[in-house]
Design a binder for this molecule. Structure first.
Ligand SMILES: *Cc1c(COP(=O)(O)O)cnc(C)c1O
Length: 382
């Protein structure tokens, strides 16, 4: 087959993200048997390094599971394993991915109530507390980094409130893990779910879950968790440095190499600082453009994705044209989360676009991208 027309675009979408040549090359390391000692050579360090990246000390009582599929599989495992027939779930949504967590609970037949915020807002603790009082949930679903709007929530405070109400807290950290300090000992979530293809700078293929002792105990009491969504089964295999079903061994090789690079070459602190610098650079760029506005409120702006509301006369359709203009220049531009822009335009509001600045994207790559995008945006605006 002729692969010459597979264009090597620089991805500035919000996942999957740019993959470094070293990680691409790691994809050609030897395949292995997933129940063989070769598996432990990869997954042993993978489990240890994931825990370190989550800020967990060596003697932590959190357990880590690697779940085949993607982030959504880790989230579905969460709702199936941590809520039984007598439990009520409260899903807290500030956007499309909060809505996804809600949908997973509902489509799995769980008793679910929702607390919903306007797109672009962060959750606030006063309304969360009122909802906790009203609903008395046993499990609360939270989003750390709402990828559709660029809002990063204060999840540590929310988790504390959830615990004060006697419920378990599940956090979707899919687009931020690997791009910001997570500090699980301080945040104390009962489950923190993430994935490989966003701030970790890898292809998609694994969900990752960090699980507290309380969640481990709860999962053991929940019936009918399914099989590939059974957290207890996943953790049983993880205890042997394995996955429940056959993993993508190509991705396992890449994950092993990438985590070693993050922890021992780039360094976590440097990686997290680079993300903040990229966020601030994008904010400065947007503020220099007349009429364009940052969608997330100050103090809640994501270190990994920036969402921008465009001025009139620009429409969502214009953002799609900009995507094609940028493609011709070698970039994949993100013209906003589709459903969000439809809802925005239906209610007379201006649409948004997003810039992903996560994973292994460097400041130099970002500068080159912004240098191309600036004139394109100005020209489109007229
Ligand atoms: C991408 C994303 C998901 C979905 O993850 P998949 O790996 O595509 O299943 C869930 N939540 C957030 C916040 C995301 O950014």
């Amino acid at each position: 087959m002729n692969t010459n027309d597979f264009t090597d675009l620089k991805l500035f979408i919000t996942g999957p993200t740019y993959i470094r040549p070293e990680v691409r090359n790691a994809g050609s390391l030897p395949e292995f048997g997933h129940r063989d000692s070769e598996a432990v050579k990869r997954f042993g360090p993978i489990f240890e390094n994931l825990a370190a990246l989550a800020g967990l000390p060596e003697d932590s009582d959190y357990q880590v599971a690697i779940i085949n599929g993607s982030g959504t599989c880790a989230m579905e495992t969460t709702v199936r394993s941590l809520a039984g027939p007598d439990d009520i779930i409260l899903s807290v949504s500030v956007g499309a991915f909060g809505d996804l967590f809600h949908k997973l609970a509902v489509t799995n037949g769980k008793n679910t109530e929702t607390l919903h915020y306007e797109p672009g807002q962060a959750m606030d603790l006063a309304s969360l507390e009122r909802a906790l009082d009203e609903v008395s949930p046993s499990l609360v679903l939270l989003t750390h980094n709402e990828t559709s709007t660029g809002v990063a929530n204060d999840v540590a405070a929310a988790v504390a409130l959830v615990h004060a109400h006697g419920a378990l807290a599940a956090v979707d950290g899919v687009s931020i893990f690997g791009g910001a300090p997570i500090d699980l000992p301080q945040m104390q979530p009962d489950i923190y779910a993430t994935a490989t293809q966003k701030s970790l700078g890898l292809p998609a293929g694994f969900g990752i879950a960090f699980v507290s002792p309380r969640a481990v105990a709860k999962a053991e009491t929940v019936p009918h968790k399914g099989w590939i969504t059974d957290l207890s089964a996943h953790l049983g295999r993880a205890a042997k440095k394995q996955t429940l079903t056959t993993p993508n061994t190509t991705l396992a090789n890449q994950l092993a190499i990438q985590l070693d690079y993050i922890l021992n070459e780039e360094g976590m602190e440097n990686r997290f600082r680079r993300h903040i610098e990229m966020r601030d650079r994008v904010a400065e760029f947007i503020e220099s453009l007349d009429g364009f506005e940052l969608f997330a409120p100050e103090g809640y702006r994501s270190p990994t994705v920036t969402c921008v509301q465009v001025p009139q006369p620009l429409k969502a359709a214009d953002l799609k044209n900009i995507k094609e203009t940028m493609r011709a220049r070698g970039y994949l531009f993100d013209p906003g989360y589709g459903k969000l822009n439809t809802a925005m335009e239906d209610s007379g509001r201006q649409p948004v676009f997003r810039i992903g600045h996560m994973g292994d994207t460097t400041m130099l790559m970002l500068e080159e991208f912004l240098a191309q995008l600036g004139p394109v945006l100005k020209e489109a605006r007229g």
